[in-house]
Design a protein. Structure first.
Ligand code: ZN
Ligand code: ZN
Length: 342
């Protein structure tokens, strides 16, 4: 199976990612159970690994998103307090202060946070579309169209199931066997979860790759039951220790910084001391959560990385790596194109 890069014409149409290659509106992601390829095929795993790497953000980006969301909440709460204070003097009860601050602050903060986590939906739709066309599937319905690509006069081939039309050169050819074998919906979960990945790892070529940090080794690997249990216990232990130590460390550092803050009155919005205090909290709170999670994830994904490489599996897509992709000191995974040191 060869993968088809999108053409310039298709890329221009993808700017909206709401229409097919003839410009007709399509409902994407309405993929039905049973019409999607199984996650187990190495070609599909490779395509999903590339898709995940395209969407993955870094820990720094996640941290900045959390800081921005918290800052919005803090700003809203502060403005609420300030407004109430401005209109009613100091006679208002704390309960009303809190209510107004809560409504004006939490709501926009929550909206900003959700918008940031959802990320660029158009970008995701385009990547998802390229992923499905790249494994010979119709992006609108998931039906296998790569087995029988017959372009019409406009260069498009129509999906036999839903009628959406795609440029023939974008559709990767697949055999009938491949189409029959890829019949479960697990890939839908993989596609939908792809935008949630955070990656700190790069391959030997310097491209970002997402490696899994799961406690269990891949089911299709060559390990014995005993080795699998040993690995799960070891990575659980290492992950737990790293999590506890980094949690204690960030908490201790945060508490000592917090103890240095000169706490202002709640009503002293826009005073130097309140701005300093709020800024320090907004910067610190995400660190207390993210640093331990990042440390534990890095530790367990490193263990898994070593185990996969020793078993000659690609750490990004977990497919077998053979010497066919080797050149000099590196070897390229033929399923996801990640490059690893030999
Ligand atoms: Zn279709
Ligand atoms: Zn791979």
């Amino acid at each position: 199976m060869s993968l088809t890069p999108p053409t310039q014409r298709a890329l221009a149409l993808d700017a909206s990612a709401r229409v097919d290659d003839r410009g007709v509106k399509v409902q994407e992601r309405a993929l039905r159970t049973g019409s999607c390829p199984t996650y187990a095929a190495p070609e599909v795993r490779g395509a999903i690994a590339r898709y995940r790497a395209t969407l993955a953000s870094t820990w720094l980006v996640r941290y900045l998103q959390a800081v921005a969301a918290l800052a919005t909440v803090a700003l809203g709460v502060g403005l609420g307090f300030w407004l109430v204070n401005l209109t009613n003097g100091e006679s208002l009860s704390d309960g009303l202060f809190f209510l107004v601050g809560f409504v004006t602050g939490i709501l926009p903060g929550a909206i900003v946070a959700v918008a940031m986590v959802r990320g660029d939906r158009r970008f995701q739709r385009v990547a998802c579309r390229n992923l499905l066309l790249g494994i010979g599937r119709c992006p609108a319905c998931g039906f296998a169209i790569g087995g029988n690509v017959r372009p019409m006069s406009d260069g498009c081939a129509a999906c036999g199931e839903c009628g959406a039309a795609w440029f023939a050169e974008r559709i990767a050819p697949i055999t009938v066997d491949e189409a029959d074998a890829w019949q479960t919906a697990r890939v839908v979960t993989a596609i939908q979860g792809a935008s949630q990945h955070v990656s700190g790892r790069r391959d030997a070529r310097g491209r970002r790759v997402v490696t899994s940090a799961g406690l269990a080794l891949p089911r299709h690997g060559p390990w014995s039951v005993g080795l699998r249990i040993y690995y799960t216990i070891m990575s659980g232990l290492v992950g737990g220790i790293v999590l506890s130590v980094s949690l204690a460390a960030t908490f201790a550092v945060s508490m000592s910084v917090v103890s240095l803050i000169e706490w202002p009155k709640a009503t002293a919005f826009l005073s130097t001391s309140s701005l300093t205090a709020v800024t320090l909290l907004v910067v610190l709170i995400p660190l207390v959560f993210l640093v331990p999670i990042a440390a534990a994830t890095t530790a367990t994904s490193w263990l898994r990385f070593v185990a996969l490489r020793r078993a000659s599996l690609c750490p990004a897509c977990e497919s077998p790596i053979d010497d066919a992709g080797a050149s000099g000191l590196t070897v390229e995974c033929r399923f996801c194109n990640a490059v690893w040191k030999r």
